[in-house]
Design a protein around this ligand. Structure first.
Ligand code: SAH
Length: 254
């Protein structure tokens, strides 16, 4: 089994594939003052097994296109949507977030939790801008420094893994420079990492290894997860996911 299949197998039984929580998804909706009765068209990009998609479907009068690169995750999402009576609000689409088959101004809301890093924050917000209506809402979570300076070991780690990591003021500037008006920002609290993401991962490690006969490639994935969790536990004061809310601004007219 190649590494991608192994990673899918590792993550597909999880409620979520990144830090977050239902309450923080709802907090973003509230902060952006999203009208819960108005019909809205929404794209949830990099939806995984649908943690945020299902909250949006439950709380909003929405037609949601849930996009992920992997059909296995979308299959789980469809099952969960059907169990929760939400299927009518959700259509899944297996596609890459940098090659989306959407029309200009097709959506009122673009949502993306813990996923835009796959194509980079700046590239993502630029690429997706044209799919939003003017005045439409962009809601993205992105790994963010939460302090002005940080330990060298941590800095070196993230510069290797994701050089676009930065402080919130820099992310807000990227939004301002690419056709958005930032309207809100908050930091995901620790329980979004520990209770909703890392503890469930720790519970799955043994079963995952057993399922793959303790092979070296499976062990390498487990080792990487353990290292990532230890890093977070040591340095959690210095980074988190920032949740960014912004509205698309109209083109300048002269
Ligand atoms: N939003 C979900 C999943 C976050 S994990 C949650 O919060 O739980 C990141 C997701 O992005 C994964 O589901 C992964 O399959 C997806 N992904 C990775 N590269 C992608 C790409 N190029 N296009 C679309 N989805 C991608």
């Amino acid at each position: 089994m190649d590494d991608v299949r192994l990673l899918i197998d590792f993550h597909k039984d999880a409620t979520r594939q990144g830090p977050g929580s239902d309450a923080e998804t709802e907090r973003a909706l509230t902060l952006a003052r999203v009208d819960r009765s108005k019909p809205l068209t929404i794209a949830d990009i990099g939806c995984g097994t649908g943690a945020s998609t299902l909250v949006l479907a439950r709380l909003l009068n929405a037609t949601i296109t849930a996009v992920d690169l992997f059909q296995d995750f979308l299959d789980v999402l469809e099952t969960r949507a059907s169990e929760q009576g939400l299927s009518e609000k959700i259509t899944t689409l297996c596609a890459s977030m940098d090659a989306l088959p959407f029309a200009d101004e097709q959506f009122d809301v673009i949502w993306s939790e813990g996923a835009i890093y796959n194509i980079g924050f700046e590239n993502g917000v630029k690429t997706w801008n044209r799919f939003l209506n003017v005045g439409g809402l962009l809601a993205v979570s992105e790994i963010t420094w939460t302090t002005g300076s940080r330990p060298a070991e941590l800095q070196a780690h993230w510069e290797r893994e994701y050089p676009e990591i930065d402080v919130a003021s820099s992310k807000l500037r990227v939004l301002e420079q690419n056709g958005y008006m930032p309207i809100g920002y908050f930091v995901l609290p620790e329980h979004c990492w520990l209770d909703h993401y890392y503890r469930p991962i720790q519970h799955r490690l043994d079963q995952f290894l057993a399922r793959h006969d303790h092979r070296a490639d499976a062990q390498a994935i487990v080792d990487a997860e353990i290292r990532e969790i230890a890093l977070y536990e040591t340095y959690r004061a210095s980074y988190s996911y920032g949740f960014y809310l912004a509205r698309k601004v109209g083109r300048h007219t002269t």
